[in-house]
Design a binder for this molecule. Structure first.
Ligand SMILES: [Zn+2]
Length: 471
């Protein structure tokens, strides 16, 4: 195992003791930002221009008024994103320079809370300091994001009739999310800290094991705790639809356990359907009430035919394997900078192993003196450093995901559901007001699914291929 997961031989030969981490990270962040702005601008320009054409594939299928309305929604989202991207970029860079201050505050607050609870002076370990830093920085960023999120729901989405959320539901959702992220994030973070501390020689292997365990745990938590906290699951009460889904599952050999409907309409009128279940386990199908309301029974079944296509062609397992490789590669590279004092010094963290306490600085100090490497700060800084690889990975993953979408569409065509799938996709497009005019680069960077007319054209092609075969 150690040959696969151990230290890369090249790592020891890399000398980064004088590498200007802070300057490079700021440079990369700015370059990344400019690239994203350029991509967004191309889309904005397209939606603004008057020579957008109503796609041939949609003529007679989508009302031209919907075309205008969906592009207007796209334009509004594009303008909103223009403004918020500048705010997020500013907040992101400011937070990065303030990591050491946030660290000092989080340690001090954490120690006081625990001392009060235990009724004696208490000093958290360095791993716990990382967890306290995580909780405080997540809480700060949640509050900073609230106005943007509020505007998005109650102004932008409201204007186009999507927002179904009340203000009290918005507040409750924000509180639930913050508590969930902090509790569900803190435990694995603490374990990760222990793995990095105890298994220094071969930590990538142990982290890989840990991540697999985490993914399985999160899967069950998501199914049993997280989703039910936000949505109500009710067994499907439509006999005809249920019979047709059962027949479809039988035809495809799909291990269906239960079919549920969820009240997606409580929050938004965007529609969807999905199935969940680990490989080799029975799976449940979940359909949004909005999808059932807006589509005919055969159209809902066609959408599920597409979803079962994903299962049949092992797309979910493939994605899982890719994410494992990605995470392992991330930690193998992280090994290069994990114990680089210069990187931490660039962000005002001084490592002093002789210090008697894990954190020797008090709130108000712009420096943080710690007695070992603060791994979470290292991970955050490192993920900023490798943004260019994330960008390439994003393009590659979108390409792969689109390929999968076409395959799943083809599967639905082979089940004889091509026509219904087309109708369902058009209906989904209309209810979700998905933008019809999309710039090539914008769609390559942002879209994991092909745009509607690409899919319609492909389904037509698969259908005629299928007809030729059966002749
Ligand atoms: Zn799909």
């Amino acid at each position: 195992m150690s040959s696969v997961f151990g230290k890369l031989p090249i790592i020891d030969s890399i000398d980064l003791s004088n590498f200007p981490f802070k300057k490079v990270i700021f440079g990369i962040t700015c370059a990344n930002f400019l690239f994203e702005r350029y991509v967004a601008y191309r889309q904005y320009k397209l939606l603004k221009s008057n020579d957008r054409k109503f796609p041939e594939a949609l003529k007679g299928r989508v009302d031209e008024k919907k075309f205008i309305e969906s592009d207007a929604y796209g334009l509004a989202k594009s303008k909103f994103e223009m403004v918020t991207s500048f705010i997020s970029m500013g907040v992101g860079l400011a937070t990065l320079t303030m990591y050491s201050s946030i660290w000092n505050y989080s340690v001090s607050i954490g120690n006081s809370i625990l001392s009060t609870i235990l009724r004696k002076p208490f000093e958290m370990s360095l791993i716990a300091n990382n967890v306290a830093f995580f909780i405080l920085s997540t809480t700060i960023s949640t509050f900073l994001n609230l106005p943007i999120s509020y505007y998005q729901h109650f102004v932008l989405e409201e204007k186009f009739g999507f927002n179904k959320m009340t203000k009290s539901l918005f507040v409750m959702d924000s509180i639930k999310t913050l508590i969930l992220v902090n509790t569900l994030g803190s435990i694995p973070l603490y374990i990760l800290g222990l793995v990095l501390k105890k298994c220094t020689d071969n930590f990538v292997f142990y982290i890989w094991i840990f991540i697999i365990g985490l993914q399985i745990t999160l899967f069950f938590l998501n199914d049993l705790v997280i989703q039910p906290l936000f949505y109500t699951f009710t067994p499907l009460n439509n006999k005809e639809l249920e019979d047709k889904i059962n027949a479809l599952a039988k035809e495809c050999g799909f291990p269906l356990s239960e079919i549920y409907m969820i009240d997606g309409s409580k929050r938004s009128s965007h529609s969807n359907a999905y199935f969940s279940g680990l490989p080799f386990m029975k799976k449940k199908i979940v359909i949004f009430d909005t999808l059932i309301k807006d589509s005919s029974i055969d159209e809902v079944v066609a959408v599920l035919g597409h979803e079962i296509g994903h299962w049949k062609m092992n797309h979910i397992s493939q994605m899982l394997v890719i994410s494992q490789v990605h995470i392992s590669a991330f930690f193998m590279l992280f090994d290069i900078v994990f114990k680089n004092a210069k990187m931490f010094a660039d962000f005002n963290f001084i490592i002093d192993p002789s210090s008697k306490v894990p954190t020797a600085t008090l709130p108000g100090s712009s420096y943080a003196i710690v007695n070992d490497f603060p791994f979470l700060v290292g991970l955050l800084v490192f993920s900023q450093l490798i943004q260019p690889t994330d960008l390439l990975m994003n393009f590659a993953m979108n390409l792969f995901s689109r390929h999968n979408e076409y395959q799943a569409d083809n599967y639905a065509v082979k089940l004889g559901k091509g026509e219904d799938l087309k109708k369902a996709l058009i209906q989904l497009q209309i209810t979700n007001l998905s933008t019809i005019s999309v710039d090539k680069l914008f769609s390559m960077y942002h879209y994991s699914h092909p745009v509607l007319c690409e899919r319609i054209n492909a389904i037509d092609k698969y259908t005629s291929e299928q007809a030729k075969k059966s002749d």
